[in-house]
Design a protein around this ligand. Sequence first.
Ligand code: GRF
Length: 187
Amino acid sequence: MSEVVVLVSGRGSNLRALAAAMDEGRCRGRIAAVIADRPCDAIEWARARDLATDIVRPKAYAARAEWDRALADAIDAYAPRLVVLAGFMRIVGPSVLARFGGRVVNVHPALLPAFPGMDATKQAIEAGATRSGCTVHLVDAGVDTGPALAQAACPIEPGDTSETLHARIQILEHALLPVVVDSLLAR
Ligand code: GRF
């Protein structure tokens, strides 16, 4: 069985979509653990599902590099084949990349390289873009700069707010992330 560790910070809708796809046999693998940098809905959901969970809080460490090492250790405890950042609101550092480089993927709510970083849907609307979407990409040391593995696009409708656009993009994310995870685990 291919173990997947999912890193989260928020609502966890991508985590739930991935778990559902695995349960329904649409995605191979198993969620070995859900790890967060803070208490959040995604961790609550994982606990309710009896999944292993861990919270590695940056504040508990004197330096960023120590937190990064602790995060890498927490992930390593589950010996995953793949690490999925699903709404993880921090940049993973050199310790995580050194141990899992090439096996860390992120889902981002824009058609990268357009609109990396925070508030991608707000950026797209403010730029006057007429389409956006989501990207699943390999994580490197930059902010949303790693090679794209797959993208899905949708229109930006007149009158869209950041929230309405994000809701449309999340439907795409929930479909695309399990497909990419499945294909990576098939290798
Ligand atoms: C997603 O839109 C993802 O693209 C971004 O953060 C959001 C997380 O949403 N990186 P959720 O917690 O999976 O609902």
